[in-house]
Design a protein around this ligand. Structure first.
Ligand code: ZN
Ligand code: ZN
Ligand code: ZN
Ligand code: ZN
Ligand code: ZN
Length: 616
């Protein structure tokens, strides 16, 4: 298309837009006139008849629809009208087909909403039409109305809450004859049981939360307590695990279930002290006891392999989900919450904190292996593999780790899955420093700006790891990380770049590219095996560039890179917003625990990212 043609088209478009705006204005004027007229009339509600319809036609006579207006514009436009006008005849209904269908649709809905409000209010109170109507358009008035309604209702709610605690004489809803002795809130809609029916029901449903009614008030009962002759008595209850149908060739009649060792079962309702079921055959003396595998099949996970404590996997799922929603949540806080629930339901015993975390990670390790079998790669972005447009690398100094935090020699389960092994990184850094004879990059640009500095000595403070260096793709998917020990030296991004080089990356984004790239060029001279890293294009993150020298921005800023599109190179910051909140808990953890927790959260973050994308 030639320039002049384009010019012409543009002008035509301009004209159309102008016309449209004129139409809009005419429309609202028309509305105003209509409303003024109606104000004079006494009739309160009357749907005005369709009046003039504005239709824009193009040269060929086709109807031209207005551009759909954004909802924000709409609300801006609609609000003053609604406020200033008498509410009864809110914006007229004559705009059915005049504009783009979407715009009209939402406008109509708005209208219908306000109209229905009118009729509702008029139906309820004929004499007052103004007050409640104004309230419905004003958020704060509406809120105070809501709370007013709650306030008027409160005395009644107090009554029902008190009545709920009243132990009236009830009849067992199971047999329908004996007086009820137990209320089970998990057995609704028939919560009341006599002593016998309670035993027969809750021997099977061990985890139900029951209350005894014998003392004249509702008294929460642990599962091992039941009512006999209006007094409480103790017994053993079995953990609800799946037991085999047969353990030998004898008939099933000779099979006996007996309580075995006692275990603490932890569910989202806290701790239960129960017994493991054991099977024995009276005829051939064969026995069976649940092993770790049987527990897994029944959705339990042992705290240790001897399982004195077993967790319902639901607890782990919930912990993980809560950790994702509130990354600063500590294990202790979560367990304290479970302890509170134990007490609330009339049971006792604390949940051991030490085994919980270990057991949780072991459970996650198994899930990770299963995912691996299903070919789910957690640290690969499905949107940009195999061809990756941009990778952005930056350090996060919030992930420091105290030297004196829990010391142990245990190895992390997820070692080298996400965070690179410290030895590998150290070896690489030493190699680079040796071969390049300490090419030091000057990390200062644009006066105050000093994001990365090449220093070789480790800091002498109380922290061990000083932070994390992260590599993230353009979509905010975490790819790789390493622990920083010497401040943000350039060898760290170099390590990550080298590790990711196999992924066909076009742009390498950093906040100090202007200093890093000359460094890389010098290093590549002395280490020819790193030459291929120069095939990537340097990219100075767009927002960080603003703080650099002006010339620097022009030369390096990613905003002027060919093929970068709208890439910002700031994607690490997105992930940091999430990851930094985990640091509150990981800085006191053991080294292995920290690695596992960070890897796990990074994995879940990546999974969450991919659910945000449209599927097609
Ligand atoms: Zn009964
Ligand atoms: Zn029940
Ligand atoms: Zn047998
Ligand atoms: Zn990606
Ligand atoms: Zn610069």
């Amino acid at each position: 298309m030639s320039d002049s043609e384009l010019q012409e088209q543009l002008m035509e478009l301009d004209k159309l837009v102008d016309d449209q705006e004129l139409n809009d204005e005419l429309q609202s004027l028309d509305d105003l006139i209509g409303e003024l007229q109606e104000e004079k009339e006494v009739a309160p509600v009357k749907t005005p008849e369709p009046r003039v319809r504005w239709r824009k036609r193009d040269i060929d006579g086709n109807i031209v629809y207005a551009r759909p207006r954004s909802s924000r514009n709409q609300s801006n436009k609609a609000d003053p009208i609604r406020k200033s006008d008498p509410p009864i005849n809110a914006p007229a209904t004559n705009c059915e087909v005049t504009f783009a269908p979407e715009a009209v649709e939402s406008f109509l809905q708005d209208l219908q909403h306000s109209l229905s409000n009118t009729s509702d209010d008029e139906a309820s109170s004929l004499e007052t039409s103004r007050g409640p109507l104004l309230a419905s358009s004003n958020w704060s008035t509406r809120q105070s109305l809501f709370s007013e309604r709650w306030r008027t209702e409160r005395p009644r709610l107090v009554n029902t809450a008190a009545a709920h605690e009243n132990v009236a004489t009830r009849i067992c809803q199971q047999c329908g004859s004996n007086p009820a002795a137990v209320r089970c809130s998990d057995c609704r809609p028939q919560p009341f049981f006599c002593a016998q029916c309670d035993v027969s029901m809750h021997t099977r449903h061990v985890l139900h939360n029951r209350d005894a009614m014998t003392a004249g008030f509702y008294q929460p009962l642990p599962p091992t307590t039941f009512v006999v002759d209006k007094a409480l008595s103790h017994c053993v209850r079995l953990v609800p695990v799946e037991i085999p149908y047969k353990i030998c060739d004898c008939s099933r009649e000779s099979l006996r279930v007996s309580p075995g060792k006692t275990v603490a079962v932890i569910t989202m309702n806290g701790r239960y002290d129960l017994s493991m079921p054991e099977l024995s055959c009276e005829a051939c003396q064969a026995t069976w006891a649940a092993g770790v595998g049987d527990l897994n099949l029944s959705d339990y996970w042992p705290a240790t392999l001897h399982f004195a404590t077993i967790y319902a996997t639901d607890v782990f799922f919930s912990f993980e989900e809560m950790k994702m929603a509130a990354p600063g949540l500590s294990c202790q806080a979560f367990l304290r919450m479970l302890d509170q629930r134990t007490v609330r339901f009339g049971r006792c015993g604390k949940i051991s904190k030490d085994s919980f975390q270990k057991s949780f990670f072991e459970w996650e390790a198994v899930r990770y292996e299963v995912d691996k079998i299903c070919k789910e790669e957690p640290f690969i972005c499905p949107a940009c593999s195999p061809d990756m447009l941009a990778v952005s690398v930056d350090g996060n100094r919030k992930h420091y780790h105290f030297k004196n935090a829990a010391r142990s020699e245990e190895k992390a389960i997820f070692e080298d899955v996400f965070i690179a092994k410290d030895e590998d990184v150290t070896r690489f850094v030493d190699y680079i420093h040796k071969t390049s004879k300490h090419v030091s990059g000057r990390g200062v640009c644009g006066g105050e700006w000093s994001a990365a500095r090449e220093t070789s000595q480790g800091s002498a403070s109380k922290v061990d790891e000083e932070g994390l260096e992260l590599a993230v793709c353009r979509h905010g998917v975490l790819l790789r990380a390493l622990n920083m020990y010497r401040g943000e030296i350039f060898a760290y991004p170099l390590y990550l770049q080298e590790k990711l080089a196999s992924r066909q990356i076009h742009l390498f984004c950093m906040d100090v590219t202007c200093k890093y790239w000359p460094y890389l060029q010098r290093v590549a001279k002395s280490c020819p095996e790193l030459q291929h890293l120069l095939n990537m294009k340097p990219f100075l993150s767009v927002f960080h560039a603003k703080a650099h020298d002006f010339k620097c921005e022009v030369k390096w800023s990613g905003a002027y890179q060919d093929g970068a599109g709208l890439t910002l190179g700031e994607e690490v910051e997105q992930c940091n917003a999430f990851l930094s909140r985990i640091a509150v808990t990981t800085k006191h953890m053991s080294k292995a625990g920290r690695t596992d927790m960070l890897t796990l959260m990074a994995m879940r973050w990546n999974q969450q990212r991919s659910t945000l994308w449209p599927s097609h």
